[in-house]
Design a protein around this ligand. Structure first.
Ligand SMILES: Nc1ncnc2c1ncn2[C@@H]1O[C@H](COP(=O)(O)OP(=O)(O)O)[C@@H](O)[C@H]1O
Ligand SMILES: [Mg+2]
Length: 431
């Protein structure tokens, strides 16, 4: 039975707290033959004092229940404004949109149970009240996707692998979907995969440390390293890279997830102190940290993915895909093929040190690369999903599934005991 296509908006703000990404999708059918097309996307920056407050709360600094409650509703208004402004930009009347899926803003995430008042407890909190979004837009809004997975024994994350699986599964190619947001996370989709073959985890930082360093060194005048300009003016410090690669998070086995709780203020302070100790200027520190984001991804692939699965392609999305230093580093041992839209990366176990050396000298590696190791790195845009819209698109799909009473967590990715229907529904006014 073919269902009538629905227009669904996806709203997303990630750990970077840079702003709200909005995606408009047309969706019909059901998995495995879900038919989903991204029609349009846009984004809205948070006012700078709102971003500051999100970062403050998400770092676990003091906040009263009253402030948190107020912030939840205030962010709800901002998400609603973003949805309505996006409809105007897209020239789609909100009356034609059937559904909104909103991720909200994570301010706390504890995916693994830890002792709390005498009992192991896991929990997660996304704010940006869906009832406000439904009331302001008149569109039924589904939010709060993560708690249902935690209730089913999962880590409540990652949830995007469901969309990755639908969008990127390939009969012959093993693929890794890599999202470079505040945190870098990847989804492994082996060739010819079934849902239970998919796994996913956070590899470590993508932009979170870079953004913090840039804010620090520009005294808040810049909030990120636009097009990697500062990193490009720096040199890699091998000494610092070696220290960073000892980060215990990298060794931790998946499933694993991380965030501002770990790569937050404390980590950045230490990074700045190391920079001083090794006598690095600010650009060297930013350069090395930027390359660390890419190298920690490659490191994770060697540790946890390549030994088990043949991977042909890495499909990159998220704001970090706009940073050429991250992408070039990802592709460091690479041979550029004939198609200039693709970068090729050849990853050989244990060659990270050579990559680092190469980055400093910017000459070709003195090794020959076995052909089977070739992995092409491509932007998600080449597969019809603009890099900045991937996650918002994913939450539109998750909302569509929930609306149809279907589960959309992948237990193999979150560790849940079984499938769960995700989210909570706020109905729009009766039409
Ligand atoms: N042109 C660019 N050059 C370098 N970095 C960029 C660029 N555009 C975005 N970014 C980085 O991407 C981050 C936002 O990425 P995003 O995918 O929205 O992450 P999140 O999901 O954590 O919000 C910004 O904070 C910034 O670090
Ligand atoms: Mg963002």
């Amino acid at each position: 039975m073919k269902s009538k296509p629905m227009l669904v908006l996806g709203l997303m703000s990630g750990t970077s707290a840079d702003g709200i990404d909005v995606a408009l999708a047309r969706v019909s059918g059901q998995p495995p033959r879900l038919d989903a097309k991204l029609l349009a996307h846009t984004s809205f920056k948070f006012p700078s004092e709102v971003q500051k407050e999100i970062l403050r709360v998400a770092e676990g600094r003091q906040v009263t229940a009253g402030e948190l409650s107020q912030f939840n509703f205030r962010l709800g208004e901002l998400f609603a404004d973003a949805a309505l402004a996006a409809c105007r930009r897209f020239r789609v009347s909100p009356g034609r949109v059937s559904l909104i899926g909103t991720h909200g803003q994570t301010v706390f995430h504890q995916g693994r149970p830890v002792p709390f008042f005498g009992r192991p407890t896991a929990s997660t909190l996304q704010i940006g009240e869906p009832a406000i979004i439904a009331a302001r837009t008149g569109i039924t809004t589904i939010g709060d996707f993560r708690p249902a997975d935690i209730a089913a024994g999962g880590q409540g994350a990652p949830l995007v692998p469901f969309a990755d699986y639908l969008l990127y599964r390939h009969e012959k190619f093993g693929r890794v979907s890599l999202n470079l947001g505040g945190i870098a996370n990847l989804t492994v989709i082996p060739a010819h995969a079934k849902p239970q073959d998919v796994f996913a985890f956070d590899t470590g930082p993508a932009n979170i440390l870079i953004d913090a360093l840039v804010s620090h060194f520009t005294r808040g005048r810049q909030r990120f390293d636009q097009d990697g300009a500062l990193a490009k003016n720096g040199q890699i410090s091998l000494q610092l890279m070696r220290t960073l690669l000892r980060d215990p998070y990298l060794r931790q086995r998946p499933p694993k997830s991380t965030g501002r709780e770990y790569y937050g203020r404390g980590y950045v302070k230490e990074l700045i102190a190391l920079g001083r100790r090794y006598r690095l200027n600010s650009n060297d520190l930013i350069c090395t940290t930027t390359m660390f984001s890419a190298i920690s991804v490659i490191d994770a692939l060697h540790r946890f993915v390549f030994p088990k699965h043949k991977i042909n392609e890495i499909i990159v999305s998220g704001g970090g895909a706009q940073n050429p230093v991250i992408l070039q580093t990802l592709s460091m041992l690479a041979i550029t093929g004939t198609n200039p839209r693709h970068l090729y990366t050849a990853a050989v176990p244990g060659e990270i040190s050579i990559m680092m050396y190469e980055a400093g000298t910017r000459s070709r590696p003195p090794i020959t690369v076995p052909k089977h190791a070739l992995v092409s790195v491509r932007s998600s845009s080449t597969l019809g999903v603009p890099t900045e819209a991937k996650e918002a698109f994913a939450f539109a799909l998750l909302a569509y599934e929930t609306f149809h009473h279907r589960p959309s967590n992948l237990p193999s990715a979150t560790g849940a005991r079984g499938p769960a229907i995700l989210g909570k529904i706020s109905y729009g006014p009766h039409r």
